[in-house]
Design a protein around this ligand. Structure first.
Ligand code: S3P
Length: 172
């Protein structure tokens, strides 16, 4: 596979960790869209949301995505909302290979409860609100995520197995 690989999926599905590992295994570059966003703006995502709001975030996120070098074989880990705004999903499918990391809602709740503070959409939610929010948001977003060329379903913390599947797909 010669073009970019776009990892998509909900917050906490392991896009950044697995993307980095995948790129390392393939000896190719890795881009984390959230990190690029923070670097470019000099603000954390929380700070950006507080100062400029979600609409501005989505606009800039889309520009950042479309500025990635599509001629290059690289792994791009996107933000959880990236595929769900503008024509981003269509753009990624046209310009690269999309892989949806489909972690179960139970696994996401467990993971995100521990790391919700730097995520503006989650930081003020209690444990029970978090569960409800995740289930509702996944339902809304599945229509976008399911447009991915490949889907990897997993219910537990089995990063090793997921990484092997990613490597197989990337080598096609
Ligand atoms: C978001 C996911 C985050 C980040 C922002 C919004 C979302 O990325 O882009 O907080 O709407 O799902 P991660 O999926 O890397 O946490």
């Amino acid at each position: 596979m010669q073009s970019s690989i776009f990892l998509i999926g909900f917050m906490g599905s392991g896009k950044s960790f697995l993307g980095k590992e995948l790129a390392k295994s393939l000896s190719i570059d890795f881009i984390d869209l959230d990190h690029s966003f923070v670097e470019q703006n000099g603000l954390s995502i929380n700070e950006f949301f507080e100062q400029f709001g979600e609409t501005a975030f989505r606009e800039q996120e889309s520009i950042l995505l479309k500025n990635t070098d599509i001629k290059k074989k690289q792994v791009v880990s996107t933000g959880g909302g990236t595929p769900c705004f503008f024509d981003n999903m269509e753009w990624m499918n046209f310009n690269g290979t999309t892989i949806f990391l489909n972690a179960s809602a139970d696994l996401l709740v467990q993971r995100l409860d521990k790391e919700k503070m730097h995520r503006p959409l989650l930081k003020s939610l209690s444990y029970s609100q978090l569960g409800e929010f995740i289930e509702k948001k996944i339902e809304e977003r599945l229509a976008f995520y399911n447009q991915a060329k490949y889907i990897i379903n997993f219910e537990q913390n089995n990063e090793h197995t997921v990484l092997e599947k990613l490597i197989q797909i990337a080598q096609k």
